[in-house]
Design a binder for this molecule. Structure first.
Ligand code: ZN
Length: 234
């Protein structure tokens, strides 16, 4: 094979590796953002349960106060009842006391329901807290791994860039220019094999003349269809 072609193939290999690494590095911020949003969602889930728990406690305290004011009213009414000598007034006070007592029973039923709800929430919060801690641990580890990966990819890229530069310095300037333009515009490869008379870059048949010039390996030959530089694999 033409020695310049061999140089180009090595150069191309390094450049393809660099491109792969750059693509991988570009996806890392998305991975990180995804992990961070998972973390935030988990924390928000726990916080919303805790908020519900506080709300229930506020409602329960309010019911307790309502029971307290009615209990006071009852004892005031009982004193009045004790002091009165009029039978109808005594009975009217009795009805009022009964009304308050009924209200207290209702309030206490509601309070009991809230206490059951508070208990249920307490269990839910504990479970959510536990699972959130586990999630946080996993995600923190994943984030650390991600940072390490980014660092490793960065130094790999640096090494490859240095290698690429050294290789490029050995290639004829015009040929290097042609190679770079092809490499950047084609997206995959600038130098491709001819297999069974077909260019593996564009998958079109090359002319017999082109195929034999490639086979001879004495010069740089381009695909007449896509312009990529050709080499023979046979
Ligand atoms: Zn081609």
């Amino acid at each position: 094979m033409h020695s310049e072609l061999e140089q180009l193939l090595v150069l191309q290999d390094r450049q393809q590796k660099i491109r792969q690494i750059q693509t991988e590095i570009k996806t890392l911020p998305f991975e990180r953002a995804h992990l961070e949003s998972q973390l935030a969602a988990t924390a928000a889930g726990v916080e919303s349960l805790k908020q519900k728990g506080r709300q229930v406690e506020v409602e329960r305290k309010k019911l307790e106060l309502d029971v307290g004011t009615r209990t006071e009213s009852i004892s005031r009414l009982k004193t009045q009842q004790y002091q009165t000598r009029k039978n109808d007034e005594f009975q009217a006070l009795g009805h009022e006391i009964e009304r308050y007592e009924n209200e207290i029973r209702k309030l206490e039923d509601e309070e009991l329901e809230l206490m059951i709800e508070a208990d249920r929430l307490k269990g839910e919060i504990e479970a959510a807290d536990k699972s959130a801690r586990a999630t946080k641990e996993t995600i923190s580890r994943q984030l650390t791994d991600l940072e390490a990966k980014l660092k490793a990819l960065g130094s790999q890229q640096q090494e490859l860039e240095a290698e690429r530069e050294a290789l490029a310095a050995q290639v004829d300037a015009d040929l290097l220019d042609q190679f770079e333009r092809l490499f950047n515009s084609k997206g995959d490869a600038a130098v491709v094999a001819v297999e069974h008379g077909v260019c593996t870059g564009c998958h079109m048949k090359v002319t017999t003349a082109t195929a034999s010039r490639v086979k001879a390996g004495k010069e740089i030959v381009s695909c007449e269809n896509c312009g990529r530089i050709l080499y023979d694999v046979a």
